[in-house]
Design a protein around this ligand. Structure first.
Ligand code: SD4
Length: 289
């Protein structure tokens, strides 16, 4: 189809998309593309919501969540993982090399080390400083579009027309130790159904988990909605029940035809789309204008 290959990412992720596109241009799988793509912000210390350089929890520890899903419905995930720069590749290894979908905390780290991943200190001087600043008041309150919201969710369609997705984050800054968000949860932060489409979420994970966000978006597309309509309805499920004025949630979706959609609760959600040879940042429509 004309719309393939396609890569779409939450927020301004020009370089991540470029890394994914490079894989797709060589005829690679969407799965390899999304893994390569999200590894860019994972290793980028200026991205304070993902991997290395991510802001720590309230105890000063960087704990990471990630998941990946392919066109066959295979999935892998890690939650509450410390000391590994590329949680997405650990999630991929969980998918490829274990009979499980999700590994957490110590067990996930143990598995990563056994797979040859290197143990590293991920707390950068900058993130440590922000944490020490936060400790002065130590008030946990999610603020709209905080953390520059660079958590990355990425969806891709390769030239075969197959879909995959990846999602990786250090989660909410200064969260409680042990807190896990939506991002590593299949059906919440990410869902792929190769017959229908895929979706990813960003923002306050608690709101997304309580509504099975990404799964809901894909199921709505199955019932005939466009990606845009599906994202809007999934956001509406949140705004109709929860006190949405206090937080942000953004959804991105693509369907099998290569159409895309996005919708957020608060303004200022954007995403990066590569399609037909162009890689550009687009502002999402929002519930609150
Ligand atoms: C979480 N959804 O841990 C993530 C945070 C996020 O941009 O998306 N930040 O709840």
């Amino acid at each position: 189809a004309a719309g393939y290959p396609l890569v779409i990412s939450t927020w301004k992720q020009i370089k991540a998309n470029e890394a994914a596109i490079a894989v797709l241009k060589k005829g690679g799988r969407a799965l390899d593309a999304v893994e390569a793509g999200v590894r860019i912000p994972e290793a980028d210390t200026s991205d304070t919501s993902v991997g290395y350089g991510g802001l720590p929890d309230r105890d000063g520890r960087v704990t990471l969540d990630a998941c990946i899903m392919d066109e066959k419905g295979n999935a892998g995930s890690v939650t509450f993982l410390e000391h590994i720069m590329h949680p997405i590749s650990v999630a991929r290894a969980v998918m490829d090399k274990t009979p499980h979908v999700m590994l957490s905390g110590e067990g996930a780290l143990q598995f990563a080390l056994a797979q040859g991943f290197k143990k590293q200190d991920l707390l950068t001087p900058h993130a440590r400083k922000e944490w020490q600043e936060w400790l002065k008041t130590a008030q946990y309150k999610p603020i709209i579009n905080i953390e520059r919201h660079d958590t990355i969710g990425m969806l891709a369609i390769d030239s075969q027309g197959n879909l995959s997705g990846a999602c990786t984050t250090s989660g909410l800054a200064f969260k409680m130790h042990g807190r896990v968000g939506d991002s590593p949860i299949i059906g919440a932060g990410l869902f792929i159904d190769n017959e229908i489409g895929g979706a990813v979420a960003t923002g306050l994970g608690e709101a997304v988990m309580k509504t099975c966000g990404a799964f809901l978006v894909v199921e709505l597309m199955r019932q005939g909605r466009t990606p845009q309509e599906a994202c809007l309805e999934a956001a509406r499920r949140i705004t109709s029940k929860q006190n949405y004025k206090e937080f942000q949630v953004g959804y991105l979706a693509i369907n099998k035809k290569g159409e895309h959609g996005a919708y957020s609760i608060q303004p200022d959600f954007n995403y990066t789309l590569y399609q037909n040879g162009r890689n550009r940042v687009i502002e999402s429509a929002s519930f609150v204008k």
